[in-house]
Design a protein around this ligand. Structure first.
Ligand SMILES: [Zn+2]
Length: 300
């Protein structure tokens, strides 16, 4: 039951849910992905860690009350300190540990992430506010920012952090570990079903498709993909996801051309062929809303 609640909370990424989560009961689980790269899961977005002689590089930091549990898991594989934490995007379920990690490591993020963390404001979905972000104190903001990409030459790898301008938000970074054939996508790829695309924060389904269309041909066939939420994935999982994005976007575009209203699209269940992607957070109707709003330029 507890596990069910936590899983649902991860999918919902809702402040209400975070408030209800009993973090003392949350277990942080770590799994080896490849070589010196690990994946950690608690109650928020997935964490990636590159561990080696040069220190630990983490990707995202989840929730503050889990920081010591995350630290304890890392200690089971290395005594080296966490030197850098790369923040994939501004959402609270990936950044709430910043005040803890920012004191012991350097936080790195694309410049739009820093701006959004500094400004605060609501994270919204269509007409619902799912989280009210308080402006982060200046000493809790990422100390290092970049515009397009940055490389970290650590632990025998050339870790590449690349900005995709309009995907899940306007500040998404994807982190590549070329030596280990691992990619951490942040929330530009999730496995909980139809994704949450933060249209109000510069996110775009079209941009997400463009991101993966350019990325997939460059990935090795045996790549291990750490999504923003959900299970460790394969290249095929990612391809299936992109195909779904393309097909559902085309279906809504066609319906718009035929003069259908968003209500008609829902009544006619135009998402029926992709029903298996309908989740508890973003169901078929919510996904129609996302695509319709993006395609018509409607602001929510
Ligand atoms: Zn997110």
């Amino acid at each position: 039951m507890r596990k069910g609640l936590v899983v649902l909370c991860v999918a919902m990424a809702a402040s209400l849910c975070a408030a209800q989560t009993d973090f003392s009961k949350v277990q942080v689980k770590m799994q080896k992905v490849s070589g010196n790269v690990y994946m950690l899961q608690g109650a928020g977005g997935n964490i990636t860690a590159s561990v080696g002689d040069d220190g630990i590089v983490m990707v995202d930091d989840e929730f503050m009350p889990l920081a010591e549990k995350i630290q304890a898991e890392l200690k089971t594989v290395s005594d080296k300190p966490v030197k850098f934490v790369i923040i994939t995007h501004y959402h609270f379920d990936h950044t709430s540990g910043d005040p803890y990690w920012g004191k012991i490591a350097t936080l790195i993020a694309q410049e739009n992430v820093r701006k959004r963390l500094a400004e605060g404001g609501p994270t919204g979905y269509i007409t619902k506010v799912i989280h009210e972000n308080k402006p982060a104190a200046p000493d809790m903001l990422p100390q290092m920012t970049f515009t397009k990409e940055v490389d970290l030459h650590m632990n025998g790898d050339d870790i590449k952090v690349v900005h995709y301008p309009h995907a899940h938000t306007d500040g998404d970074s994807v982190v590549f570990f070329p030596k280990e054939h691992v990619v951490a996508t942040g929330d530009t790829f999730v496995t909980y079903g139809f994704p949450f695309i933060d249209l109000n924060a510069g996110g775009s389904v079209e941009g997400t498709i463009a991101e993966f269309k350019s990325m997939i041909p460059k990935l090795p066939a045996d790549v291990k993909i750490i999504p923003g939420h959900g299970h460790l994935s394969t290249l095929q999982d990612l391809k299936d996801y992109v195909t779904m994005l393309e097909q559902t976007r085309a279906a809504v575009q066609k319906a718009i051309k035929e003069g259908k209203t968003v209500e008609q699209m829902k009544q006619e269940k135009i998402m029926e062929p992709w029903q298996k992607w309908s989740g508890s957070f973003i169901n078929s109707d919510a996904w129609i809303d996302t695509l319709y709003n993006e395609l018509t330029g409607k602001k929510s």
